[in-house]
Design a protein. Sequence first.
Length: 158
Amino acid sequence: MQYKVGIGYDIHRLSEGRKLILGGVEIPHKTGLDGHSDADVLLHSLCDSILGALGKGDIGELFPNTDDKFKGISSLKLLKEVREILHKDGFNISNIDCVVQAEEPKLLPFKKKMAGNIARTLGVEERYVNIKATTMEGLGAIGEKKGIAAYSSVIIFK
C-alpha cells in the first residue's frame, strides 16, 4: 500500500451580513465569514490537505476567487470535486483530523453534523472524520473575534 499525508490551513475574517458556514453547516451567529465562496474555512483547509497529499496544489489554483463560477458556491461542492480528483488518482481516505479556531460561537453542538457532511461528501465512514474546536483565549485576531481559522490533516492510501 502507498500512504500519503496532507495538511491544510485556511482563515477568513468575520463580516456582518454574511452567513456563518462551517463544515457545510449554517451556524446561527451575528457575523459570517467573508470570502468569494461561502468562505467555509473548515472545508477549505480540508480540500487543501487532500490536494496537498496528492501533490495537486491548492484550492486557490483549482477554484480561483477571480472566477465568477465559484462566487457564493457551497464548499461542499468544492470538496466533492476534490474527492473526484482523489479517486481519479486511485486514492482513498484513511482518516481526517481537523481543528477549528474560533472565539465564538461554541461549535460543540454542530461538530457531529459537520463530520457527517464531510463523511457523506467524501464517501467515508463518519468515524474516520474528527473535528476539534478551540478558542485562542482572547489572543490575536481570532481571539479578538475578527476571524475564524481551521487546520486539517488527512492520510490517503491506495
